[in-house]
Design a protein around this ligand. Structure first.
Ligand code: ASP
Length: 320
């Protein structure tokens, strides 16, 4: 009898372990898609991007390695990129046609399907954290404009004046765009898988250069720029948001996996093919629960990287 009890207890422990311990964990990030070519890149700029993307990947990886949640990893990783002027998110966000900066962000938990987002915020230093607060502290999914800024302040998040986001480089892009509708990508995103097997995804952006004030892109729209579901995958997109909204791009990847049993690579490539056929540009990062990763894009390049346990930290920018 005693032996049987010990045996049952042992089996129980094994079962618990199976539920909570997963062999694969890690994350995949992007720093925007666009005209990113070796010819346009100076060695200094290339190094700066590699260093920042490496820092972001390591930040998220360390959280996951210590047993932290994929949500914590996504938020912390995106914050590193938001705080860097290299990316079109947080500091370094692009300008609206009116000369201001309006930021969008969203986050989704693949385990509970909870999600949070902010659109058109002007004073929140880290919009990704505001998105998470919307998810965890309200019964809503998306807060926009002054209400979202006020909510972030109320939640004790860092508040900055709108000029904080402005950089000379982005201002020059606005001037160029006003002459000729030039495009500038540089949105940031992250999909993480933690040791419990939970996926999370997040995206943060300043939007498109010279956008109309009040314009909201795909990044804060769950199902368009961001999606996560443990049953299928986590996704973050970057590109011309209007196409992503009309195509429900992030959800389309999950749907193709769910209804057509496609792999994450097949599904992600298929949405980029559709994007191309519809005349849109951009890319996506996606990861399933087994740590399979896809990073397709139809632009010249996309800042991207991944770091899975047992694998090497990898940063890529150009077409391979
Ligand atoms: N998707 C973003 C938007 O349309 C921009 C980008 O990814 O570059 O707001």
């Amino acid at each position: 009898m005693k032996k049987q009890i010990i045996m049952i207890f042992f089996l129980f422990l094994v079962a618990c372990n199976n539920q909570t311990d997963q062999t694969v964990f890690g994350l995949v990030i992007h720093g925007g898609a666009g005209t990113i070519t070796k010819e346009n890149m100076t060695p200094e700029k290339e190094t700066a991007y590699i260093n920042k993307l490496t820092e972001a990947l390591k930040k998220g990886y360390n959280i996951l390695d210590k047993g932290g949640s994929s949500l914590d990893a996504v938020e912390a990783t995106i914050k590193i990129m938001e705080d860097s002027p290299l990316f079109n998110a947080g500091k370094g966000a692009v300008f609206t046609g009116a000369g201001t900066n309006e930021l969008d962000a969203s986050i989704m938990d693949g385990n509970t399907l909870q999600a949070g987002a902010v659109a058109g915020v002007k004073t929140v230093k880290n919009p990704i954290s505001a998105a998470r607060k919307v998810m965890e502290e309200t019964w809503h999914v998306l807060l926009a404009g002054t209400g979202a800024d006020a909510f972030a302040k109320e939640q004790g998040l860092d508040i900055v004046p709108n000029v904080y986001f402005q950089t000379e480089e982005r201002f020059k892009s606005l001037m160029k765009a006003k002459e000729k509708e030039a495009e500038k990508h540089g949105t940031v995103g992250c999909v993480a898988l933690d040791k419990k097997g939970n996926l999370a995804a997040g995206t943060s952006t300043g939007g498109l250069t010279n956008k109309m004030w009040g314009r909201v892109g795909d990044s804060p729209i769950i199902g368009a720029g961001t999606y996560a579901n443990n049953e299928t995958c986590g996704v973050s997109g970057t590109g011309q948001g209007e196409y992503y909204i009309r195509g429900s791009v992030a959800y389309d990847i999950a749907a193709q996996m769910e209804y057509q049993q496609k792999t994450v690579q097949e599904a992600a490539q298929s949405v980029i093919d559709k994007l191309t056929n519809r005349g849109g540009t951009g890319g996506v990062i996606a990861m399933d629960r087994k740590g399979n990763i896809a990073t397709p894009f139809n632009t010249k390049g996309m800042y991207r990287g991944y770091y899975l346990n047992g694998g090497e930290l990898t940063i890529l920018m150009y077409k391979e």
